[in-house]
Design a protein around this ligand. Structure first.
Ligand code: 2YP
Length: 258
């Protein structure tokens, strides 16, 4: 009996240690991007879709993707991170089932991006376990604003494929934390390094922004690529204040990298 107890205690400690490790990596890699310029559309290259790695110019999504890929890529003996292993992880994060098959294989909607991360085991959605509030997806933003997307504006075929993707996601339910329920000191269940997605009331869209949870003193803030400050920053105000100040934000989804 005693031996069984000791084994399960060891397993518990190991799982805690691995969580603590990934939390530290997420935060340290996120902080390494501070002041990197905010640049939109860095993935929108001419010609066939290919894996873009540009850690010198990021938007909210590419920032989170690069931080996550870095955190998930083991350091080599000399402390370096293998470019190949990093690229492989980034591919798994950014493309449906980790495979590039044209523009529409990129996970454009964050709900699709989350589902993919749940499938490949890189993230867990800790929102449902901590918030009873849920809502139903209704996605059509990209196909009702095709001119906002270079690869949609000149390709009825891509629009038709995106429509199928939007229809496949529409109707699915997900849990979120209403912004009114988030305290300035965060909530015990949101940890350093968690990925925070802002759920939105913008018609046909699911998420409007994302970043990395960071407790500065006891205040829960956000490390994010800010389109207003035009660079990666630690928010000066709390995450709760950020959400409250934006009428288009309804709440948050909280994801933990595994
Ligand atoms: C995503 O937008 C794009 C992807 O196509 C793109 O616009 C959509 C639905 N998807 O591959 C990806 C990387 O560039 O960006 C993001 C955008 O946030 C911007 C980049 C930001 O706040 O910096 C994701 O979708 C995350 O929140 C939304 C937001 N898009 C819109 O508000 C239309």
């Amino acid at each position: 009996m005693k031996q069984r107890f000791l084994i399960s205690l060891a397993m518990l400690l190991m799982s805690f240690a691995s969580y603590a490790q990934i939390e530290t990596k997420m935060v340290s890699h996120a902080l390494s991007f501070l002041d990197v310029p905010y640049v939109a559309n860095t993935l929108e290259m001419d010609g066939e879709e290919e894996l873009v790695i540009n850690c010198d110019e990021v938007d909210c999504t590419t920032f989170v993707e690069y931080v996550m890929a870095l955190a998930k890529t083991p350091q080599e003996a000399n402390g370096d991170i293998s470019e190949t292993a990093f690229a492989e992880n980034l591919m798994k994060i950014r493309y449906r089932n980790g495979k590039i098959d044209g523009y529409t294989s990129r996970l454009h909607y964050v709900s699709d991006w989350i589902n993919n991360g749940l499938r490949n085991g890189m993230i867990e959605d800790i929102t449902a376990a901590n918030s009873p509030y849920s809502t139903t997806l209704k996605l059509n933003y990209m196909t009702t604003h095709p001119n906002n997307y270079k690869q949609l504006a000149n390709s009825p075929e891509n629009v038709a494929t995106m429509k199928k993707i939007e229809n496949s996601l529409t109707g699915s339910e997900y849990h979120f934390l209403p912004k009114e329920k988030l305290g300035h000191n965060g909530n015990l269940w949101i940890k350093n390094g968690d990925i925070i997605c802002f759920t939105t009331n913008i018609a046909g869209l699911d998420v409007s922004h994302m970043g990395i949870a960071f407790y500065a003193d006891s205040k829960l803030t956000l490390i994010h690529a800010s389109s207003t400050e035009k660079k990666v920053v630690v928010s000066k105000i709390s995450l709760a204040q950020m959400l409250q100040s934006n009428d288009n934000v309804v709440g948050i989804r909280v994801l933990r990298v595994k």
